[in-house]
Ligand binder design. Structure first.
Ligand code: ZN
Ligand code: ZN
Ligand code: ZN
Length: 376
């Protein structure tokens, strides 16, 4: 299920308007999250050029290899009334893009290219349009993609419910005597079974491995008293990601300082969520998470930013980080995931996705945030 046609039409119109306001002549977008956002077309970029040519003025054109043209019939593209320009193997698709741009106006001076466009396409487009300066499309698209519309918020909420169902079942798999990798394989299967198209990442960090924020899994055997960080997520069929961390303990934690430190972390996560509101800045939310941890003398142990935007990518803008004075607006979606990491011993993190609403934040994850003690 892609976004409804009228939403895609409105996104295209807003992207075109933003292109014009930025004094760019054209936006060039190859397959990836940006194209999925604008046209509802999934998939990645390959060596054959597929490219949305969205001029600041005039009608958009989708350049597509002839052999991939039939695939578009299964996407929202036919309903968008978009001109399609096919090219066959042996043709020069970059010259085709240049021709399309020269058709209705003098040579373009400034083009925005998608941030993740493969360099092979970027350089070939530069050669075909030698007088055209290239810039990153995020200057135009970040403003759009950061503010989620109702279809996107619904998709993120569904992703949150799906990953919550996986965390709810953690006791089935997370047991003493099993390895992190065995647990991770079961969790990955459950991520798919509960409504994702893939398990994009599975961190099962037991004991000292919990102190490595992006640990994945290993052959470490889970011990009684281990504290285990489980950070999991993936894309739903709509392409929107889940991302949720809970911290578990196998029986009473073996390390003496877990309970007191975890209580500080829990308070910090709540404080950061409470700080989210339109008009607050990203760095103010980061500071709200950091203050309780620093006040408890644990500030050095919180070694990463508080969160990241999420949508068609797991990590996208806005980043909830010191130095980011971006003002939060209704519809922005991001993680709130403070953590504390005691090198060589244990770690803990609590992560929820939130969406900025009229007066605060709506959480999209609802599993209990207390240290989840599993039976040994
Ligand atoms: Zn991360
Ligand atoms: Zn995250
Ligand atoms: Zn995460």
């Amino acid at each position: 299920m892609a976004a409804p046609r009228n939403m895609l039409t409105s996104r295209l119109a807003r992207a075109q308007q933003a292109t014009r306001i930025a004094a760019l002549d054209v936006l060039l977008v190859t397959p990836g999250p940006d194209l999925r956002y604008l046209l509802g077309v999934a998939g990645g970029s390959y060596e054959r050029l597929t490219c949305l040519v969205l001029p600041a003025d005039g009608d958009p054109v989708l350049v597509v290899p002839t052999l991939e043209r039939p695939r578009l019939d299964t996407t929202p593209v036919p309903g968008l009334g978009l001109e399609i320009a096919e090219w066959a193997d042996g043709d020069d698709p970059y010259a085709l893009v240049a021709d399309l741009l020269h058709r209705s106006r003098s040579a373009p001076a400034r083009a925005a290219v998608g941030d993740a466009m493969p360099a092979a396409h970027v350089l070939a487009l530069r050669a075909a349009l030698p007088a055209c300066e290239q810039e990153l499309a995020s200057t135009v698209l970040r403003q759009l993609r950061m503010r989620k519309d109702s279809a996107e918020i619904a998709a993120l909420a569904a992703a949150g419910q799906a990953i919550d169902r996986v965390h709810a079942r953690m006791g089935e798999w997370l047991r003493v005597g099993r390895t992190e990798a065995q647990v991770g394989a079961d969790v990955a299967a459950a991520i798919v079974a509960e409504g994702h198209t893939a398990a994009a990442f599975v961190t099962v960090g037991a004991g000292p491995h919990g102190a490595s924020p992006h640990h994945d899994v290993s052959d470490r055997v889970i011990q009684p008293g281990d504290v285990v960080v489980v950070d999991i997520g993936g894309p739903t069929p709509e392409g929107y990601f889940s991302d949720c961390t809970r911290t578990y303990s196998l029986g009473e934690p073996a390390e003496a300082d877990v309970i007191t430190c975890y209580a500080v972390l829990h308070a910090a996560q709540d404080a950061a969520v409470a700080a989210v509101a339109p008009g607050m800045t990203a760095e103010q939310v980061d500071a709200a998470a950091r203050i309780p941890i620093t006040d408890a003398g644990l500030g050095e142990l919180f070694i990463h930013r508080t969160g990241h935007g999420i949508g068609l990518e797991v990590h996208e803008e806005p980043y909830i980080v010191t130095g980011n004075d971006l003002v939060l607006e209704v519809g922005m979606a991001f993680s709130i995931e403070p953590g504390i990491y005691l090198s060589g011993r244990w770690g803990a993190r609590i992560e929820d996705i939130v969406v900025v609403n009229d007066s605060g934040a709506t959480r999209l994850n609802h599993r209990p945030r207390e240290l989840a003690v599993l039976p040994v």
